[in-house]
Design a protein around this ligand. Structure first.
Ligand SMILES: C[S@@+](CC[C@H](N)C(=O)[O-])C[C@H]1O[C@@H](n2cnc3c(N)ncnc32)[C@H](O)[C@@H]1O
Length: 239
């Protein structure tokens, strides 16, 4: 895991000091072929969940669950019910296996934001959605990370509906890349009446996906020429 304690310039809306600590390792999870491998963003979001006070009787949602890494953290932290949503059937099978192995109660269901809105509202919502800017539309094999030309295909609707997903007093934790416009997420969440801020940051070197598309990212003005480091952030929004 490659994280750095370097200070990072906050965006205009991220006024409060940000916790910047080493990210603890993600517990070992079973993962069927094709399911998103837990990595730095997984660990950064899980660490933010560990900091959260999960109220007794909480209804929790893990949107874009993959292996169920975040759903399992929520169940371990004491959420009463945990719904784990993903479009991938293999992801849901992985969630089932992981919850069974760890003897935790998680309800996997095939679905997306619309499904979540039908099941809500929730006390806690967490999401590690696809957020990587991509010149091509996502296909099944890239659905775990690709999210349209600006990386916001899933982020935009999620931020715009976050208030509806949450009960009064509820909290959203969302991880994304600095390449996919963190300030736009904060502005949208704030416009929906939520108190939103960045609570965690990590700087990591480009992995294989970003390394393979630096020409696109430079041409689109999403990175500086020669930039090969990415910032990950966790946003917290409270209703
Ligand atoms: C970045 S992975 C995150 C996996 C896991 N939550 C983690 O933290 O490691 C994103 C996941 O979202 C799923 N996904 C992509 N688009 C989705 C959508 N519109 N609705 C629900 N899940 C989606 C993918 O199948 C993938 O499992």
């Amino acid at each position: 895991m490659t994280t750095s304690a370097e200070p990072v310039r906050p965006g205009p809306l991220a006024a409060r000091p940000v916790v910047h600590r080493p990210v603890p390792p993600t517990p070992r999870l079973l993962r069927l072929p094709g399911v998103y491998r837990p990595q730095e963003d997984t660990a950064l979001l899980a660490a933010a969940i560990e900091d959260l006070v999960v109220p007794p009787g909480a209804r929790a949602l893990d949107l874009c669950t993959g292996t169920g890494a975040q759903a399992i953290t929520l169940a371990r932290r004491g959420a009463e019910t945990v719904l784990a949503l993903d479009l991938s059937r293999r992801a849901l099978a992985s969630v089932r296996l992981n919850a069974l192995t760890q003897r935790l109660r998680v309800r996997p269901r095939r679905g997306d934001l619309a499904t979540a809105l039908g099941e809500g509202p929730f006390d806690v919502v967490v999401a590690n959605p696809p957020y990587v800017p991509s010149p091509e539309p996502a296909v099944r094999s890239t659905r775990g990370w690709d999210a349209g030309p600006d990386g916001r295909a899933v982020l935009d609707p999620l931020c715009a509906q976050a208030d509806t997903l949450l009960r009064p007093g509820g909290t959203l934790l969302l991880v994304q890349s600095g390449l996919s416009d963190v300030d736009r997420s904060l502005t949208t969440l704030t416009a929906r009446g939520l108190r939103a801020e960045v609570v965690r940051r990590a700087r990591i070197p480009f992995g294989p996906v970003l390394s393979g598309r630096t020409a696109y990212l430079e041409a689109a003005g999403l990175i500086e020429p020669g930039q090969r480091m990415e910032e990950l952030v966790v946003l917290r929004a409270d209703r």
